[in-house]
Design a protein around this ligand. Structure first.
Ligand code: SF4
Length: 431
């Protein structure tokens, strides 16, 4: 039996390979391989695709720009004065690869941001055209947050919610591809061997988060905090050490994980020649000199801290994961143990309903005063969150309205002057 796994294109105004890999789809690959099913992967967002004649440039930590093609804007975005693009593999190349592939018995397609659904729908349309007899199963973040929309419009034969581990064996048994007794309950590791070349590896030591911020989907996607065993993570790091130099930790609550200090010890003892990065913001409250020192010794190179805003009432109102003194203390701790200003970054939330512009400007200024790199994190209305209710949107709203750039800068009116001011402050430190 043969399965084809597809990671679709991203349709957006901007996209960057910020240590992105379709982890859920790679877990599907692991499960299928254990069931002795042959797996091939077509990742439209793989910048190292062996099918490319020219590859986009990669920075020292493995990140880089995606190739893209400019496409027509959906009518909702007609007034946005920015180019709308299909990021990833050229469409003709994608179709040609499929036409020259073996006929699959089953196809899995993943999905991420809700407003990227045009890429999901387009790969499904092409897959149906080339392989009309094969069942297509669609999962991922978009199907969890906009299940009805995906059921009604995606064109997939089966749309599932929940994780691959929870659903896949059951689905395969129902479709008659395996016996229910073949199902293994353990947590599988994502299978990175499907990539010819890796600019970076991604590691997940835990899933979920103890907080419940009003704008975040984590509690919806993963209600319980789960930790994975260090044994498997060390095994995976050993594998990555032979293939790449950079590893991004993808946890939502890395410092909350009780196994993390021991993992850092093992990394240091084994002298793994890897650069480590955190791509999601760390909880400042859980950062002390011990853990920060361990991270520095283990060779962490990029440290993102969660701040979002310095407005104390907004900090409390949105979930209380951090306050400004905790953030300032975390920056001090990182500097004390040897991290340089270039290593320290933070996210500043912009455009949440009711958020005051001056407070955003003050948050950026504080970062500059502390010599921390601020990065604007434009608010996206995520279905089922508390903040989503305040936007006036509902489950019938087209998910294109969830686009963070569109929602924050152009909906319902353009905020061009403010955009210029904030961008200038971010890039020059002046306003
Ligand atoms: S702390 Fe971060 S991951 Fe956790 S709920 Fe808040 S925003 Fe989400």
């Amino acid at each position: 039996m043969r399965a084809l796994l597809v990671n679709p294109w991203v349709y957006d105004f901007k996209a960057f390979d910020f240590w992105n890999k379709p982890l859920g789809l790679l877990i599907v690959a692991s499960i299928l391989k254990k069931l002795r099913i042959k797996v091939s992967l077509l990742d439209c967002m793989d910048r190292n695709s062996p099918y490319y004649k020219v590859h986009t440039k990669t920075g020292p930590f493995g990140r880089g720009k995606y190739p893209f093609e400019i496409v027509e804007k959906p009518s909702i975005y007609k007034t946005v004065p920015r180019l709308y693009k299909r990021y990833g593999m050229p469409r003709d190349l994608f179709s040609n690869i499929l036409k020259n592939s073996d006929y699959p018995d089953i196809i899995f397609v993943t999905s991420t941001m809700t407003y990227w659904y045009p890429g999901v729908f387009e790969v499904i349309r092409i897959l149906k055209d080339v392989f009309p007899k094969t069942k297509i199963i669609l999962g991922g973040i978009y199907t969890n947050l906009c299940s009805e929309h995906a059921q009604q419009h995606s064109g997939a034969d089966i749309v599932f919610r929940g994780t691959a581990e929870e659903n896949l064996p059951r689905l395969l048994a129902e479709l008659g591809y395996i016996q229910a007794t073949e199902i293994e309950p353990e947590h599988p590791l994502p299978d990175f061997s499907l990539y010819d070349k890796l600019n970076y590896g991604i590691v997940l030591t835990s899933r979920g988060c103890p907080f419940d911020c009003t704008y975040c989907a984590t509690k919806i996607l993963c209600p319980q905090f789960q930790q994975f065993s260090n044994k498997h993570i060390i095994e995976q790091l050993g594998y990555f050490a032979d293939r790449t130099e950079n590893i991004a930790f993808f946890d939502d609550a890395l410092l909350y994980s009780k196994n993390f200090p021991q993992l850092l010890n093992e990394i240091t003892e084994r002298k793994l020649r890897l650069n480590f990065h955190t791509s999601n913001g760390l909880h400042c409250r859980f950062l002390d000199h011990n853990i920060a020192g361990q991270m520095h010794r283990a060779n962490f190179k990029t440290m993102y801290l969660s701040l979002e805003t310095i407005n104390p009432s907004l900090q409390k109102q949105t979930g209380g994961k951090v306050d400004t003194p905790e953030f300032m203390q975390a920056v001090k701790i990182l500097r004390d143990v040897g991290f340089s200003p270039d290593d320290i970054h933070t996210y500043i939330l912009y455009g949440m309903p009711g958020q005051n512009h001056e407070e955003i400007i003050d948050s950026i200024k504080l970062c500059h005063d502390l010599a921390v790199h601020p990065h604007l994190c434009e608010f996206s209305p995520i279905p089922h969150t508390e903040e989503f209710q305040k936007t006036g949107f509902d489950e019938n709203t087209d998910p294109l309205y969830h686009n963070n750039l569109f929602y924050t800068w152009y909906y319902p009116t353009r905020k061009t002057e403010l955009y210029k001011r904030i961008k200038k402050l971010l890039t020059t430190g002046r306003i």
